[in-house]
Ligand binder design. Structure first.
Ligand code: ZN
Length: 465
């Protein structure tokens, strides 16, 4: 939602907001759940049961088509083809992929317009963003095929837990669905079109939580989609009341799921947690199955190579940096795109029988939770949203030492202006409320922890329960 619509939305009564949410749901249903989606989902469910060899063959054919398109229709790759004397015929299988150079985040930023295929109208595309918590934010165009395929892979994952389209489910992620100024229930909005109850991730205080629990029980959901930290706040509260809210499955994503979070969530909702991992770049999608032995890399979604510091492939089972190739975005293909994630691939096959290899835990930043003076628990993932449009920030970090103040450390780019400060502070204030002062601190670099890890949110304020 853009800023103007968001302002109007915040002012209208709850029934009108629910009507708006449902209308948006109808639009999503039309765009993403058509005949094509059903056909592709059936195909996808068959494919995950094929042998690794059969899937590799499928991957190679899809890659050949995409590379041929990129080398002839995308200015950035056309230039590479000329410079390196490459032709579509040079790419017969996945093994030929390293003939292309690695594409870095900076490379995407510098060549953004030239990565878009000839004749594509950007107005007909979606604009995706990364939060840029460990680097500066980036944007990408998504076309219809990649949006549909992302939905297919998402629903194939949900099928592991028996989730069917139309089953009642809860969503507890970053949507600003309930205005912060609202201090009384309902802290949720119902989307009739998708049978989905949106819970606000910004009102999770000890006073509000009993109302959440009551509303969830009334709704009678079967599944929940949440960030690990938001699900954890709710779960901890339910467990502290010595209760359970039985669900059939909880899906988590966007942050590293910590073992103690999984344990409490599974206890509170008396079901298993199915974690998944995807990138806004739409080049990789990895999903946990019912065996929970790691994340399956969905090979029909993208190709993942693991490389060492020199860009050479690491041996199977060894840790390496993920270099990823999306197989479905024709408008803006990303071939051999280097992510900031480090992982290992290719251990023993999973006991579930799926042909997709397992990725061991992705090592990314640890996450933390901001606690506001009025007792709301705010997940760091929800705070990433105001940073998404901030192109003039190279790096950032949020530090909370006392309940009523956060310090945002910023490494600015030369183009950074006061207007950026205004926009960022407004966005954060909308989520944190007036009770928290937001101070900015400008630095030339943000120091890492001794372990070398980078934590985007560092909160020294303990949880309330
Ligand atoms: Zn499995």
């Amino acid at each position: 939602m853009n800023a103007t619509l968001q302002k109007i939305y915040a002012k209208v009564p709850v029934p009108v907001q629910e009507w708006a949410v449902t209308l948006r749901g109808l639009q999503i249903r039309r765009q993403r759940y058509g005949k094509e989606f059903r056909r592709l989902l059936d195909e996808g469910l068959t494919r995950e049961r094929q042998s690794e060899g059969q899937i590799r063959q499928w991957q190679s054919e899809q890659l050949q088509r995409l590379v041929a398109h990129a080398l002839t229709q995308v200015p950035y790759y056309r230039e590479i083809a000329e410079r390196l004397h490459l032709a579509p015929g040079d790419f017969r299988s996945v093994a030929d992929l390293p003939k292309l150079p690695i594409l870095t985040r900076d490379g995407v930023r510098r060549n953004f317009a030239r990565l878009v295929a000839d004749g594509v109208n950007p107005k007909q595309l979606w604009l995706g963003h990364t939060s840029g918590t460990t680097g500066s934010p980036l944007e990408f165009y998504w076309d219809n095929p990649v949006v549909v395929m992302t939905n297919v892979v998402l629903w194939r994952h949900r099928a592991c837990a028996g989730f069917k389209i139309g089953d009642p489910f809860l969503k507890l992620t970053g949507n600003v669905i309930v205005p912060l100024a609202q201090k009384t229930p309902p802290y949720w909005r119902y989307n009739r079109a998708l049978n989905q109850l949106f819970l606000s991730a910004f009102h999770l205080s000890e006073d509000a939580l009993p109302h959440y629990v009551e509303a969830i029980r009334r709704f009678g959901p079967r599944f929940m989609d949440a960030y690990p930290s938001t699900a954890y706040v709710l779960a901890r509260y339910v467990v502290s009341r010595k209760e359970t809210i039985p669900l059939r499955g909880v899906f988590t994503s966007s942050e590293t799921l910590l073992p103690q979070q999984r344990e409490i969530i599974e206890q509170a909702f008396a079901c298993e947690v199915f974690d998944y991992y995807g990138l806004a770049e739409r080049t990789v999608f990895a999903t946990e199955c019912e065996k929970h032995a790691g994340h399956h890399v969905n090979m029909d979604y993208g190709i993942t190579e693991l490389v060492d510091a020199d860009g050479n492939h690491v041996a199977p089972g060894e840790m390496g940096r993920a270099v990823t190739t999306g197989l479905h975005n024709w408008a803006m293909p990303l071939l051999r795109y280097e992510t900031s994630d480090v992982t290992a691939l290719g251990g023993a096959p999973c006991a579930c029988g799926r042909g997709f290899p397992l990725m061991t835990a992705v090592t990314t930043k640890a996450e933390d939770i901001v606690v506001t003076p009025d007792g709301r628990h705010i997940s760091s993932s929800t705070l990433t949203h105001p940073f998404k449009p901030m192109h003039n920030i190279r790096e950032s970090q949020i530090v909370q030492s006392e309940p009523d103040r956060i310090v945002v450390k910023i490494v600015p780019r030369p183009e950074y202006t006061d207007e950026d400060t205004k926009q960022l502070v407004t966005g954060l204030q909308e989520r944190l409320g007036d009770g928290v002062r937001v101070d900015l601190e400008f630095l030339s670099e943000i120091p890492r922890e001794r372990s070398g890890k980078f934590r985007w949110v560092v909160s020294r304020v303990p949880l309330r329960f």
